[in-house]
Every structure is written in C-alpha cells, then in structure tokens.
Ligand binder design. Sequence first.
Ligand code: SAM
Length: 280
Amino acid sequence: MSGLDTLPSLSKVIAAHGLAAKKSLGQNFLLDLNLTEKIARQAGDLSGSDVLEVGPGPGGLTRGLLAQGARRVLAVEKDPRCLPALAEIAAAAEGRLEVVQGDALEIDAAARLTAPVRIVANLPYNVGTELLVRWLTPQSWPPFWESLTLMFQREVAERIVAQPGGKAYGRLALLSQWRTTPRIVMSLPPEAFTPPPKVHSAVVHFTRLDAPRFPADAKVLQRVVAAAFNQRRKMLRSSLKGVDPEIERHLANAGIAPTERAEQVSLEAFCALARSLASG
Ligand code: SAM
C-alpha cells in the first residue's frame, strides 16, 4: 500500500480542515476519488511528465494525478486554508508534490517545471478562460506544455470545440483550434461537485500542435478575432474598420467577402486575414 492509499476520504479532509467552499474563489470540489482518477487518466500517460495543477483545493484531483503516476505535480492554490490538507498529501507522495500558495495568474509556473509538462486542472470558473487564453497565446510556439486537460462549464467547452456557423463559434474556438486539437472527453452533472454549481461541466483535452494549423502572427490574429466577434452581428467591413483603414483590401486578399459576418469565417480565412494585415 502506498502512502497515498492511507489518506483519509475527502469529506473527512474537508471536515478536519474546515474547508467550507467559498464562492468568491470558484470553489466546487470533487470528492469522489474514482472520478478524479478518471479525469487524471484523460491527460494520458503522466509517468514521465511534470504536471501543473491550478487550484488543487482539498486535493482530490491532485491525488488522482499522483495515483496515475505523475513524475511530479506542482499545485498552485490561492486559498491558504487548503495548505494543511495539501501538506498531508505532499508527505504521503514522497517528494512528488510541491504546493505553491498564490494566484495562478501571477505565478510563473513554467520556470518551476521540467519538460515534458502537462497541465491538468478543475479550474476556478472565474479565472479559467483567462488562464486558457494565456496558455494558448504565447508569441512563440510550441509552448512550455504538451497538453491541457481542463474542466469548464459545459457551455464554455462547447465554445472551445465549435465550428463556424453557430452562436458558440468565436474567439475561444479560433484560438484553441489554431494551435491545438481540443476534444470534449468527459461530461459531469452538477451533482458531481460539492457544492453543486448551477451548470453542467465538461473536461476538454487539448493536444498541442507542433506548429499552428495555419501561419499567422499571434498578436495580429488575436486582435482581428477580438474585433470581429465583439460586434459579431455586423458585417466584417464595419466591425473591422477600427483594425485597419484599408480593411476591405485585406478582406479581399484573404478571400473574405466584406459583407460576411464573423460567425461564418473559417480559421484558415482568419489566419489569411491576419497575414495580410501584418504585411501592411
Ligand atoms: N481541484 C479541486 C477539486 O477538483 O476539487 C478544487 C477545484 S475548485 C473548482 C477551484 C480551486 O481553485 C479552488 O480550490 C480555489 O481556491 C482555487 N483558485 C481560485 N482562484 C485561484 C487562482 N487565481 N489561483 C490559484 N487557485 C485559485
């Protein structure tokens, strides 16, 4: 029996350390260790990887990641109340778990990790999208990580994998599909969490591509996509007017009709538009 198997149940951990969930920190905990192991398995073979986990809370997913054989887990948690519970797991994990207290939006985790790195997290919903966009948009590619396995609200997961032509299609789909292959690999009902959130959740696994699907400058692509979907009901010649005074010429270069709306435009066409804009 490894030290991890002797740890108390998560409900006992929560009771012992007084970890009543705080809404302000997006705390909805997973207490079923079978479920957290199943989520950890979606990340693939962890045995030769460092894993970055954001928001371990009482440590259910952390325990799943360690049980799946992660070489090392770096867990970044904002709530200091969780530290004693996480210290118990670290003691049982015999050097494989390092816990850092702080805000994941401010900590440079990449500097503390050794490749290959996989990121796995049941993200706090209030910072999840921002972290995802940061992980997807470094100026150079490939990034410091090989894959992301992340829990989102189901509706956000659907936006990530959306195709052109529907309401869900937008910035998240384009940024995700430009540099990774994202797949919804699990769906979870509200009752899987304590306390249950109002919405359903889903786990998305992103496999990074060695090179972006189509060439484009990351900053230019982000700017044009943000402007196009900020006013998604308008025709592109008007929603993108502020991006470049000669936007109609650039749209023509990219083979996009000026009367098209953002929702109809493929990733390939947005990348062509970003290239035309970048070349002036
Ligand atoms: N991973 C645990 C689980 O699956 O039961 C907890 C998930 S809970 C949805 C989100 C966790 O992220 C909470 O523990 C919360 O305190 C933490 N958190 C919230 N904002 C954070 C931030 N900016 N940086 C790091 N952790 C954060």
